[in-house]
Design a protein. Structure first.
Length: 132
């Protein structure tokens, strides 16, 4: 019981200007959580406000920030137990706004997407044979 060491909240934006100064286009740089310290970390898209997550880097549990300002646990398909008290997971958002959960020790990978029931989940990628 008590306080958690939250990782650094990172938000990076780049602005590219066109020929006319008023036309500003905003792009997202790929971002990821820190794998060096802290059990919990919050990561947010610079492109879409609804893409914001709290990650427990030890267990791989992920919560999504809802529009109501609450956190909702997101299902992670086939998530297996890992070493306790150790950083095991990282979240990554690329510049197309895809979000991935990675087990940094095994290479297992999940993508944030809609399942058959229109619920958002982290769906597991099949591991290539050479990585097993």
């Amino acid at each position: 019981a008590g306080a958690y060491n939250l990782g650094i909240y990172r938000k990076v934006e780049i602005f590219c200007t066109k020929a006319v100064a008023q036309d500003v286009v905003k792009y997202q740089i790929p971002i990821s959580t820190n794998i060096n310290d802290g059990r919990f970390e919050f990561i947010s898209s610079t492109k879409f406000a609804e893409q914001a997550f709290l990650l427990d880097k030890y267990s791989g549990k992920v919560w999504r920030k809802t529009g109501r300002g609450t956190l909702q646990l997101v299902s992670v398909e086939k998530l297996v137990a890992v070493e306790a008290d150790k950083i095991n997971f990282q979240l990554y958002m690329d510049n197309t706004n895809d979000c991935f959960l990675l087990n940094i020790h095994t290479g297992e990978l999940w993508q944030y997407r809609i399942d058959k029931l229109t619920n958002w989940v982290f769906k597991k990628f099949e591991m290539p044979a050479e990585l097993k």
